[in-house]
Ligand binder design. Structure first.
Ligand SMILES: [Zn+2]
Length: 44
């Protein structure tokens, strides 16, 4: 699931699988569909 993150420099969309931040929601969703990260270490 893509989560929306608001920062000083704008709104970002984050892939929950790998933690990647993208500035476009469609790109983020597309990335996540193709994302095969299984062990996200970003949130630890
Ligand atoms: Zn990802």
């Amino acid at each position: 699931m893509v989560t929306q993150t608001k920062r000083d420099d704008g709104v970002w969309f984050q892939c929950e699988k790998c933690g990647l931040l993208l500035d476009d929601q469609i790109d983020a969703k597309r990335h996540e569909e193709a994302c095969d990260a299984k062990d996200p270490t970003y949130f630890q």
